[in-house]
Design a protein around this ligand. Structure first.
Ligand code: SAM
Ligand code: SF4
Length: 512
C-alpha cells in the first residue's frame, strides 16, 4: 500500500525509457545502438549527447533491443534503489548477450563513475564503463571492445561541457527540449553522491546555449528547460560584444558582478572581467523569441537571487515556475545535510518569490528520515510544506550512499519503518496540497502551450501552464496544432491534472 502511494507520487514515468528517433529506422546497413536512461533530467539530456557522438560515428538509434549491436544503460546512483534497478536490468541484457556474443554492453553515467572497474569484476557481461565526462571517448572504446578489450574511461574533467555537440533529440515531442547549461556540483550536500559522480561544477559558454535555443526554435520547438544541478551558480565568460548580446533589462544593467563575488568558492574565477550570471543567461535565452518558453531546473535556496526573480517577472516567456528543493524544514537537520541555509532563510526566499512573482508555481524535493531526525523535526518538514503550498514535490526516504559526508560522519539511525511512515505522511500531505492548489485554479484562465494528444484520448489536447501544471482540454475540431498557444478556462481538476476548455484560440500560433 505504502509502496503504491510512493510510486504514484514520484514521477517515474520516464525511468528506463528506451530512446530512439526515426532517422535511421529504415536503413538496415547502419549499426544500431539501444539506450535506456535512468535518474534525473541531466541523464536524459546526456543520452542525447551520447546519441550525437554515436551518430557521427556511424550508429543509428533503435528502440528494438533485438536489432541493437550496442546496448547502453545510462545510470543513476542517487539512491540504492536506483542502482538495484540498473543491476536487475543488466541481468535481462545478459540473456541477449548469451545468444549473441558480438553485442557490446556499456554502462554510462553516475553508477559507472562510482563503481569504475568494479563493474567489470561484478557484472561480468559489461564491455564498456564510461563516466559522464568521458563520452567523447565512446567511439574509441567501442572499437577496442570490438577487438575483445574491455573499455573503461571514468576520468572526470574540470572543463568538459560538450558545448560543441549538438544533441540528437530522441523521442522528443518536437515541442520541449532540455539544454544542459552546466555540469557537476560544488555543493557537497552530505547525503549526495553527485559531486563524486559528476565532478566539479563548470558552466557552458552562453553563446553556445543561446545558439542551441535558437536552433531548437527554428526547428519548431517552443519550450526549452535549462538544466544544471545548481543553475543559480551559473557563471560564464561574457559572449562577444555586439548588439544582439547586450542585455536589455534595466535591472540587469544595474547589477554587473562585483570583484568580491568572482572570488566566491563556487566560482573558478575570471579575474576582473564581467561574467554572465544565471539571470543574464535567462534573459538572453528569453530574447531568442517571445514564443519560446523558458524553464530551468534546479534552483538552490542559498543561491537564488532577486535578480533571477525580477528577470522571471519581466519576461512573459520565462515560466512562472521554480523548483526549489527544501529537503527538510528543520534547521538542525539542514545543517547536518550541509545545505547551508536555515528554515528562516528558505521561508524568506519563498516570501520573496510570492512578492515578486505572485502567481508562481513552486515545487520541492523532500527527504524523510535523515540521520538522527526526530519526530518533532519531521513535523517541521510537514509544516514548511504547508507554509510553502508546493504544487508538487519529489519525495524520498533517506538512502545512505557510500563515500558521502553523511555516510562517513553520521549514523543512519532512523529505522526503516519510521522513514517509510514519515515519507507516507509527507506524500499524503503533498497530495492534499496538490489537490488544493488545483482546486484554487478552477475558474481561472491559463495560456497553454499545446504539447500533443492527451494520454487518454486523441479527442483531447494536453499542454502546460506557465506554472508547469498539466492541462487537458477537448480539441472540439478546432484547427490547432501542437506547438500553438491557446487560452484555456479551468472547469474541473484531479490531484494531478487541470481540466478545461478553450476560450480563445486567437493566441494560438502554429509552429509549422
Ligand atoms: N541538485 C539538486 C538540488 O540540490 O536540489 C538535486 C539533485 S538530486 C539528483 C535530486 C534529489 O535527490 C535531491 O534533491 C534529494 O532530495 C534526493 N536525494 C539525493 N541524495 C539522496 C539520498 N542519499 N537519499 C534520498 N534522497 C536523496
Ligand atoms: Fe547533490 Fe546538493 Fe549538489 Fe544538489 S546541490 S546535486 S543535492 S550536492
Amino acid at each position: 500500500m505504502l509502496e503504491d502511494v510512493v510510486k504514484k507520487k514520484i514521477d517515474e514515468t520516464r525511468q528506463g525509457e528506451a530512446f530512439s528517433s526515426t532517422i535511421y529506422h529504415t536503413d538496415k546497413s547502419i549499426k544500431k545502438f539501444y539506450i535506456e536512461s535512468y535518474g534525473c533530467a541531466m541523464n536524459f539530456s546526456d543520452s542525447e549527447i551520447v546519441a550525437s557522438i554515436l551518430h557521427q560515428n556511424g550508429f543509428g538509434p533503435t528502440k528494438n533491443l533485438e536489432e541493437a549491436s550496442l546496448i547502453l544503460i545510462n545510470t543513476c546512483s542517487i539512491r540504492e534503489k536506483a542502482e538495484q534497478t540498473v543491476r536487475k536490468r543488466l541481468t535481462d541484457f545478459k540473456k541477449l548477450k548469451q545468444q549473441n556474443k558480438s553485442i557490446l554492453i556499456g554502462v554510462l553515467g553516475c553508477m559507472a563513475e562510482r563503481l569504475k572497474t568494479k563493474f567489470l569484476e561484478e557484472e561480468k557481461l559489461v564491455d564498456l564503463v564510461i563516466g559522464p565526462d568521458a563520452y567523447r571517448s565512446l567511439p574509441q572504446l567501442i572499437a577496442e571492445a570490438g577487438d575483445g578489450q574491455k573499455g573503461v574511461n571514468v576520468l572526470l574533467s574540470r572543463e568538459e561541457t560538450y558545448a560543441d555537440i549538438a544533441p540528437v533529440r530522441l523521442d522528443s515531442n518536437g515541442i520541449s527540449a532540455f539544454i544542459s547549461i552546466m555540469r557537476g556540483c560544488n555543493n557537497m550536500c552530505s547525503f549526495c553522491v553527485v559531486p563524486f559522480t559528476r565532478g566539479r561544477e563548470r558552466s557552458r559558454d552562453a553563446q553556445s546555449i543561446v545558439q542551441e535555443a535558437q536552433n531548437l526554435f527554428d526547428q519548431g520547438y517552443r519550450e526549452v528547460t535549462l538544466l544544471g544541478q545548481n543553475v543559480d551558480s551559473y557563471k560564464a565568460p561574457p559572449p562577444p560584444k555586439g548588439g544582439s548580446w547586450e542585455t536589455t533589462s534595466s535591472l540587469l544593467k544595474e547589477n554587473t558582478i562585483k570583484k568580491s563575488e568572482l572570488q566566491s568558492p563556487s566560482f573558478g574565477g575570471v579575474g576582473e572581467a564581467e561574467v554572465v550570471t544565471f539571470a543574464q543567461l535567462l534573459e538572453l535565452v528569453a530574447q531568442v523569441n517571445p514564443l519560446l518558453r523558458v524553464r530551468f531546473s534546479t534552483s538552490h535556496p542559498k543561491d537564488i537571487t532577486d535578480e533571477v526573480l525580477y528577470t522571471i517577472a519581466e519576461y512573459d516567456n520565462i515560466c512562472n515556475y521554480i523548483h526549489l528543493p527544501v529537503q527538510s524544514g528543520n534547521t538542525r537537520i539542514l545543517e547536518l545535510m550541509n545545505r547551508t541555509y536555515t528554515r528562516e532563510w528558505y521561508v524568506e526566499r519563498i516570501n520573496r518569490i510570492r512578492e515578486i512573482i505572485p502567481d508562481c508555481g513552486i515545487s520541492s524535493d523532500v527527504i524523510a528520515g535523515f540521520c538522527s531526525e526526530t519526530e518533532a523535526e519531521h513535523q517541521d518538514t510537514l509544516s514548511i510544506m504547508e507554509y510553502c503550498q508546493y504544487n508538487m514535490s519529489y519525495m524520498y526516504y533517506y538512502s545512505e550512499r557510500p563515500g558521502t559526508l553523511a555516510e562517513r560522519k553520521y549514523a543512519d539511525d532512523v529505522p526503516e519503518e519510521t522513514k517509510k511512515r514519515r515519507l507516507h505522511e509527507i506524500v499524503e500531505l503533498q497530495n492534499k496540497l496538490s489537490l488544493q492548489s488545483n482546486q484554487n485554479d478552477i475558474g481561472k484562465v491559463f495560456k497553454v502551450l499545446i504539447e500533443g494528444d492527451s494520454k487518454r484520448s486523441s479527442n483531447d489536447w494536453k499542454g502546460r501552464s506557465s506554472q508547469n501544471k498539466l492541462i487537458v482540454f477537448p480539441k472540439n475540431n478546432m484547427p490547432l496544432l501542437k506547438g500553438g498557444y491557446v487560452l484555456v478556462k479551468i472547469n474541473d481538476c484531479t490531484q494531478t491534472t487541470l481540466l478545461g476548455e478553450i476560450i480563445d484560440q486567437s493566441s494560438s500560433y502554429s509552429h509549422l
